[in-house]
Design a protein around this ligand. Structure first.
Ligand code: HEC
Length: 167
């Protein structure tokens, strides 16, 4: 009992010392001020769509093909492409150089579609890590619903920069 009390008080001393050290060393305006402004992409949402999201999604849909045997799915590649979908969430909520990007990213329904795309990406990721074909197929369906939903509402009939998918 006694020794554990001693231990606790020693820990308290240590924590106390640490807190006061942090408090004293955090001088506002010192060498590395925090930045509140996020980076925005030097590319457009149109480019992100064609060169990242579309590529990643097509890989996932191909891998979700029910005709493939379990051993034919390259799960590591599925994992990488799921990560690309997930990582594009940030770019899709900040926008970049596209003429309409700034207007799109502040719409609530835009954010909802991006969140749905992210959730589908997360499902694809966990499917890849569990090598679960049934779940991957659900992720593929969820993913396509987000493309269609968002495109119906936001995609101009001609891409703003004329940058479209060729393959
Ligand atoms: C949050 C909204 C949103 C989601 C989700 C979304 N897109 Fe897009 N997408 C757009 C917008 C807006 C454009 C047009 C961009 C422009 O022209 O500036 C576009 C353009 C494209 C283009 C280029 C135009 C073309 O017809 O070749 C492709 C390809 C594309 N999207 C594929 C996809 C795929 C595949 C998915 C789903 C995995 C997807 N997008 C999900 C909003 C979205």
């Amino acid at each position: 009992m006694g020794s554990s009390k001693k231990k606790i008080s020693r820990v308290c001393l240590l924590v106390g010392a640490l807190v006061s050290f942090i408090a004293c060393s955090s001088d506002p305006g010192a060498a590395s001020p925090r930045l509140a402004v996020p980076f925005t992409s030097d590319i457009s949402i149109n480019e992100i769509m064609v060169a990242q999201i579309d590529h990643a999604a097509h890989f996932i849909w191909d891998a979700a093909n029910p005709d493939l045997a379990a051993g034919e799915v390259d799960w590591e590649e599925v994992e990488h492409h799921a990560i690309q979908i997930i990582s594009s969430r940030a770019a899709m909520t900040m926008g970049g150089t596209g003429v309409n990007d700034a207007m799109w990213v502040v719409q609530r329904s835009w954010r909802d579609y991006v969140e749905q795309m992210n959730a589908a990406g997360l499902l694809a990721l966990s499917s890849s890590r569990a090598a679960d074909q049934t779940q991957l197929s659900r992720a593929g369906d969820a993913l396509i619903a987000t493309c269609e939903g968002c495109h119906q509402q936001y995609k101009p009939s001609i891409p703003t920069e004329g940058y479209r998918k060729r393959h």
